[in-house]
Write a protein that binds this ligand. Structure first.
Ligand SMILES: [Zn+2]
Length: 349
């Protein structure tokens, strides 16, 4: 047994770790780590980052970072000079792994950020430029340097372009770890420079039993959706899962002709626009998987489901939501966008 590192893996990540942990990233300088929301990508990435930085992992073929060497001690204290975390303001403040937030603070004006009512969800080009400046200087102690970018799909166009240059000509012993649940939202040029690794998601029964182990009971009448257990737990605790249940019933009501699309759009537009669009896109993906390959969504057991759907139309709605999601970061008329989505979905029945 090796020493406990600063974060630990979740039970469903053991196989992924055997495949990707220890020296995997050192075989390729850039990895795009992806997978469903709420399965613990940050924790996994954090441990992977420490594994790269640990001076003993590579030399002694340890399964996990040693937790004892100078690099590990600095890493866990949030003070390692060769570790760079680039994140949106929102992520730095609210991301689940506090250690990553501490590293991200180095690249942010925390005082200005903390006064904002709505911290930015975008990674601006300045952060990437700063990263590049620091990255091309000699590494300070470990001989390696590591940049962790999350959520990578939040880089704006200029930030992506700047990152692309350093991905194309990385300094020696530099490693990049990009984390996102939406790899398709990244430019193809960035994706092609990284190896793409998708982390596993636990089966729904495993998720529920893990949630129960955390001391939270899952109400029986609640419909599930395709989300990782960490997200489900957080949503249960905050009441968002109940809200989403109302969304599911509402949208299926529109498909059935029982609920008025405009009225529902008006109710839905009161929710956070980026979250509701994200939810809608997952809902469309659920429909596509269900009607194309028979993969039953978590929210089955509902009173009404359409007997057939024109899947090409659902795909078109899915694509349209991608556009709205990009617009949502700047300006979007949420009510109109939601009306459009609902009416287009109704036409797919
Ligand atoms: Zn170590």
């Amino acid at each position: 047994m090796t020493e406990q590192a600063s974060v630990s893996l979740f039970p469903w990540q053991q196989d992924d770790w055997s495949r990707l942990g220890s020296n995997h990233l050192q075989k390729h300088h850039a990895m795009l780590l992806t997978g469903l929301d709420g399965i613990g990508k940050r924790e996994f990435a954090c441990l992977l980052a420490q594994s790269i930085i640990c001076s003993r992992t590579a030399n002694e073929s340890l399964d996990q970072p040693c937790g004892e060497c100078q690099d590990c001690r600095l890493f866990e204290a949030g003070t390692h000079p060769d570790v760079h975390v680039i994140a949106s303001e929102r992520e730095a403040l609210e991301g689940r792994v506090a250690l990553l937030g501490e590293y991200a603070n180095r690249y942010q004006d925390a005082a200005a950020r903390d006064k904002k009512a709505n911290p930015s969800q975008v990674i601006p080009v300045d952060q990437i430029r700063q990263l590049i400046d620091r990255f091309y200087q000699a590494s300070h102690i470990s001989g390696r340097r590591l940049a962790l970018i999350l959520p990578a799909d939040r880089m704006n166009v200029n930030a992506s372009n700047a990152l692309l240059k350093v991905l194309e000509e990385p300094p020696e012993n530099a490693y990049f770890l990009l984390v996102t649940a939406n790899p398709s939202a990244l430019p193809a040029t960035i994706r092609s420079r990284c190896i793409l690794e998708r982390l596993s998601e636990p089966a729904i029964e495993e998720s529920l039993s893990w949630i129960q182990q955390q001391g939270t009971v899952f109400p029986e009448n609640l419909l599930l959706e395709r989300s990782g257990p960490l997200d489900l737990l957080a949503q249960l605790e905050s009441g968002t899962l109940e809200q989403k249940n109302q969304n599911i019933r509402g949208v299926l009501g529109v498909l059935d002709g029982r609920t008025d699309a405009v009225e529902l759009a008006s109710q839905m537009s009161k929710q956070d626009s980026s979250e509701i669009l994200n939810w809608f896109q997952q809902f469309c993906a659920d429909l596509i998987r269900w009607y194309c390959v028979g993969q039953v969504p978590g929210w089955q057991g509902i009173e009404y489901v359409p007997s057939s759907m024109n899947i090409m139309r659902v795909y078109a709605v899915y694509d349209k939501i991608s556009t709205y999601r990009r617009l949502a970061r700047e300006q979007l008329n949420g009510q109109l966008a939601l009306e459009e989505i609902l009416i287009s979905l109704r036409r797919a029945v």
